[in-house]
Design a protein around this ligand. Sequence first.
Ligand code: ADP
Ligand SMILES: N[C@@H](CCOP(=O)(O)O)C(=O)O
Length: 319
Amino acid sequence: MAVFTEVSEDAAQTLLQRLSLGQLTGLRGIEGGIENTNYFLSTDKGEWVLTLFERLSAEQLPFYLYLMKHLAHKGIPVPDPQADHESGDILHQVCGKPAAIVQKLAGKSQLAPAAVHCEAVGAMLARMHLAGRDYERSQPNLRGLPWWNETVPVVLPYLQEAQSTLLRAELAYQNHVAASSSYAALPRGPVHADLFRDNVMFDGERLTGFFDFYFAGVDTFLFDLAVCLNDWCVDLPTGRHDAPRAQAMLAAYQAVRPLTAAERTLLPAMARAGALRFWISRLWDFHLPREASMLKPHDPGHFERVLRERIAHPLHMDA
Ligand SMILES: Nc1ncnc2c1ncn2[C@@H]1O[C@H](COP(=O)(O)OP(=O)(O)O)[C@@H](O)[C@H]1O
Ligand SMILES: N[C@@H](CCOP(=O)(O)O)C(=O)O
């Protein structure tokens, strides 16, 4: 985490009362995460996660919170935002910041996944894509191509020549892909867009939940799948592709939602897009950091390596 905003026991209890979630027995800032302030709250009625949104506005947040509600009601294991028992609102205010409370999911992150975990993520991701198709709200992926185009010039001054050359060339390539007819043919809908190992819970080999929907948006399903392949199915020290894990994820995804011809064609390009997206955001977080306690910026070098790998060894369906 990070704690950007300190929450007092009094402030937490006031909110719990409005939501009828019980008497506060414990309040602890969460380590891990880089975007928002997160606390674990224990009460006599259960375990909860309180999130104070540090960047997202009250106008942007209903998309994420109602998406979680929509998916939870369709049986996808995601946290269901808790409502004020009088007004029914699921977006709250704590310490002057927009805030939400969700159930704490059971299980723990699987940070060294095997093929069986990748299979579970692939199948649930496809189920989630199908379940989201009739979600009526719409908001773009706020970390999509327009944001990359805006942010690359901001981070370029911090880079070495070879890195600048790569970043510029990849951005140009992705703008070219996004203008193509194959890209226009890609199926789209609400996607998670940040479903990394630390945003999924497992109990042994059983997937118990997806969380952290605050980078979600309407984008291509293929981009979401590529983000997962890039995190779950790579060797972390080198950024190299792990074929058995990738095949397990792709087969399980396709058993629920087979990929279209356009998706098969653009998988190598979207694998590069997924790497570029997180290289840019990590560069931005690293070189232009925000003030917070417990904030550990992620290593941008990792996604530079993944991108170079994806260019040198394109990720095809049978790779
Ligand atoms: N609903 C939840 N259930 C259980 N743990 C959670 C839940 N939401 C967040 N966490 C814990 O909090 C950590 C940080 O949350 P995350 O949403 O990734 O933060 P950020 O919004 O800053 O990226 C996670 O790694 C996880 O340990
Ligand atoms: N997953 C991203 C950053 C977002 O952090 P999270 O803790 O909110 O998932 C990365 O690894 O760069």
